[in-house]
Ligand binder design. Structure first.
Ligand code: HQG
Length: 177
């Protein structure tokens, strides 16, 4: 497949595995898994195409279960799934990429999950910059994760390395770029 085709399939997977499985008649398990056979039929793609998208995806957004018969998105859901991720100790500092138009609200009320299940945080400034740049000129916030964790906030890390937490109050945020 060419890159355009793999991106097109990846976007459809993200839509249906994170936000709208019902649109193609899929039902996810409570922990977010979809049967591969059903997904292939619904999207009219082959197993080879699916394997290629999963393997080459730049953020490794999707993962198979250990039997290879089920697939799920590793993070980013808006529908009600429980990925069953264990709490993890975050690095002392994490980053969040956003854009200037959200800054006032974020510095007033903190980071909120908005449409997703959790606030998404990045381990590096570079990744945060890419996340912010999806919406315009990126603004980078440093998150004092060590102090948040010490205050009792739980963190999880997704299978593809995105740090997740329920919310970040403004006193833990510093603009760094
Ligand atoms: C902002 C992509 C106003 C927040 C990325 C962000 C990531 C607030 C937007 C993943 C706010 C939500 C998630 C507040 C947060 N007031 N705005 N209090 N709190 N915001 O897309 O972090 O490519 O849900 O700054 O790479 O941008 O899909 O979150 O701009 O990993 O795999 O509200 O999505 O991954 O937007 O991105 P999103 P995000 P994928």
């Amino acid at each position: 497949m060419n890159e355009k085709e793999t991106i097109r399939i990846s976007k459809r997977l993200a839509r249906h595995l994170r936000h709208d499985p019902a649109a193609i008649g899929l039902t996810l398990s409570p922990d977010g898994w979809a049967p591969v056979e059903q997904l292939l039929r619904a999207l009219k793609i082959t197993r080879e195409q699916l394997d290629e998208v999963v393997e080459t995806n730049n953020k490794r957004r999707f993962a198979f279960d250990e039997t290879g018969t089920r697939i799920r998105a590793s993070q980013g859901h808006s529908i009600d799934v429980d990925l069953g991720l264990a709490d993890a100790v975050p690095p002392d500092v994490l980053y969040h990429g956003t854009v200037a138009k959200f800054l006032d609200a974020i510095l007033r009320e903190g980071l909120r999950p908005m449409n997703r299940h959790a606030v998404h945080l990045s381990a590096t400034v570079d990744t945060a910059r890419v996340v912010g740049a999806r919406r315009g000129k990126p603004v980078i916030l440093r998150v004092d994760a060590a102090r948040l964790a010490a205050a009792g906030h739980a963190f999880q890390v997704s299978a593809n390395g995105v740090w997740l937490t329920a919310a970040v109050p403004p006193e833990y945020l510093y603009r760094v770029g």
